[in-house]
Design a protein. Sequence first.
Length: 221
Amino acid sequence: MMTDQTVDTPRIVILISGTGSNMVTIAEQARAGDIPGLVAAVISNRPDVAGIQHARDRDLPTEVLDHKAFDSREAFDAALIPVIDQYQPDLVVLAGFMRILSADFVRHYQGRMLNIHPSLLPKYQGLNTHQRAIDAGDEEHGVSVHFVTEELDGGPVVIQAAVPVLEDDDAATLQRRVQQQEHIIYPIAVKWFVEGRLKMTDNGVTLDKQPLPASGVRLTD
């Protein structure tokens, strides 16, 4: 069911670098009223990625700020902040935003920026997580949504979903199953935040004023 957007509706800005599949899922749930927030803008650091067209197809405001036009990470981040802030976001969502963020940028959005990472954090921070899980002989793998802090992929976890690692899995097949879980748990975390139920504190994360464990809420495939 469609909902009327008012000035009091929480505003979400989504940052992408590629196809934006999580962005599309969140935007469609917001438009349907399942997430009580407004996707105010979709911003990419790469021109001509599919995700920007997906956003435009849904009549979402879009911006492109090419990181290659800047001499340093700090210069790019300093330019990105006013692009984001013109949309007055209550929440910044990193949805496949393939940038290591500067400390000043992270501090600017402290407590109101979420990221999704394809591993069961704290395992496998960084890249190539699916192959690393296979190489390690793990029986399960998965995905985590976490608040962003200055430690790369190290912020407190909100929610995780696990999938089994099958004997015939390669990185591509495992990635596809993990991505299915991404599209389930990221909208849940966004919904909790815009409803005012989810908060980052000095001691971790609370949901409905109750502290969450280090692994957050855990879903199992």
